[in-house]
Ligand binder design. Structure first.
Ligand SMILES: Cc1cc2nc3c(=O)[nH]c(=O)nc-3n(C[C@H](O)[C@H](O)[C@H](O)COP(=O)(O)OP(=O)(O)OC[C@H]3O[C@@H](n4cnc5c(N)ncnc54)[C@H](O)[C@@H]3O)c2cc1C
Length: 387
């Protein structure tokens, strides 16, 4: 596996173990069928609990049976999952970084006890409802409301493009508390079997096909007041979750790019044209050299991010730079790999075109490439250019 500057030598025993366990799981349990899932637009739901048993959901958190592994170990896990498919990493990212993290960071003791063990073991599935039909890149304009009514809240609104909503047991819904002064954004835990909740699936995606995506419609949904996340108010609630998930994406994208590189290198060495392997052509070697360099640069950024996170010095803008760069690298390099595979490269027998299609989603969700440019632009100049 591509590790051109020997980053492996700095890994601890636990980090290697987690990486190898995830790699083996992916090779044995997921990779054989992932092309079929992609073609059929399905997710291997039978693996959700198994992934929980393996400790793939929020292993970087502590308590409630969670192992509190290093941020590098968590990153390596995301990398191995996405080397298989972005849909697999999305499952772990949403469950861990977007559902368990806010409950862990902002939830009451009762909420933590009710949900963290079940979500961690994969017995329950969660989803994260921030995006609305009319508010994607600018979620602070959200229209979904939660109105206090005695010891309950009444929720109304709709969320869209929500990973796993059709199979979720609980949704973390971000809504404006319309009955509070200033209508602040708050997080609410909404069980999906409550009256007034529907979660229609979104079909016909041409990207992230091995992942379940849907809407969340909320029509006069009554939830107990204690379902509100007590520990956070305002956009820093959802944004802090996104920072966690984007950290995993910065690592995961390296996995997808690495997988493309490995397939292209192997193919170039095996495929003969004009009397020998295509790997002997300078044009093909230039592509491999560029790919390896870009992937190595992305790896270094991901490793540095984990160091900064570990010591508490990670800023959201650091994560924006890495998400932006590493996903762009994976998007660009998956295309080069596809090209090197010739006609075979457009089939599901090989991964590059699947990764290439997936990267269109990864480039767009969790803050589009443009939005991360604006975040960095503001950080570098002090001038916000969002509006
Ligand atoms: C498969 C999939 C899964 C997803 N899962 C989830 C999930 O689980 N939970 C969730 O809440 N959301 C999820 N999303 C939603 C995702 O986060 C949004 O699609 C994303 O934030 C972009 O919003 P939008 O699609 O409305 O695009 P828009 O915001 O309408 O953007 C359209 C284009 O305009 C550009 N643009 C927007 N504003 C600016 C600006 N100020 N300056 C310059 N350019 C700008 C964008 O970069 C983009 O190119 C998912 C999306 C997909 C595709």
């Amino acid at each position: 596996m591509l590790d051109y500057v020997g980053l492996e030598s700095d890994l601890g025993e636990e980090e290697r173990l987690i990486r190898d366990t995830a790699r083996r799981f992916v090779e044995e349990r997921v990779r054989p069928d992932i092309g079929d899932h992609f073609q059929e637009g399905t997710f291997p739901t039978e693996l959700i609990e198994e992934m929980g048993e393996m400790g793939f959901y929020a292993p970087n958190l502590d308590g409630y049976g969670l192992p509190n592994v290093s941020e590098t170990a968590y990153g390596l896990l995301m990398q191995e999952l996405e080397a298989c498919d972005s849909g697999l990493r999305s499952m772990a990212s949403v469950q861990g970084a977007l559902v368990m993290y806010p409950i862990h960071a902002f939830g009451s003791d009762e909420q933590k006890e009710r949900w963290l063990p079940a979500l961690g073991e994969g017995e329950a599935v969660g989803c994260f409802g921030l995006t609305e039909p009319e508010h994607g890149s600018n979620p602070s304009a959200m229209e979904t409301t939660a109105e206090a009514d005695g010891d309950e809240y009444v929720l109304n609104g709709s969320k869209t493009w929500i990973t796993n909503s059709p199979i979720a047991d609980v949704a973390v819904v971000w809504a404006r508390e319309s009955s509070a002064e200033g209508t602040p954004v708050r997080g609410f835990l909404v069980e999906t079997d409550r009256d007034g909740v529907t979660t229609a699936a979104i079909h016909d995606k041409l990207s992230l096909r091995a992942s379940i995506t849907g809407e969340i419609s909320l029509q006069n949904v009554r939830i107990p007041a204690e379902n509100r996340l007590p520990g956070v108010e305002g956009m820093k609630g959802p944004l802090s979750c996104l920072t966690q998930a984007r950290f995993g994406i910065a690592w995961g994208a390296v996995g997808a790019a690495r997988d493309c590189f490995e397939q292209a290198r192997e193919y170039a060495l095996d495929r003969d044209q004009f009397g020998g392997p295509i790997a002997r052509f300078q044009l093909q070697q230039e592509k491999l050299a560029e790919m390896a360099t870009e992937i190595t640069t992305a790896q270094l950024l991901a490793y540095r991010l984990a160091e900064l996170k570990e010591r508490g010095d990670l800023r959201p803008q650091h994560v924006s730079m890495a998400k932006r760069n590493n996903v762009r690298t994976a998007r660009d390099q998956s295309r080069v790999a596809r090209e090197m595979l010739g006609g075979n490269g457009i089939t599901t027998d090989y991964s590059p075109m699947r990764h290439m299609a997936n990267m269109e989603t990864v480039y767009t969700y969790e803050g589009t490439h443009d939005i991360h440019s604006l975040i960095l632009g503001e950080d570098l100049t002090g001038i916000a250019a969002f509006e």
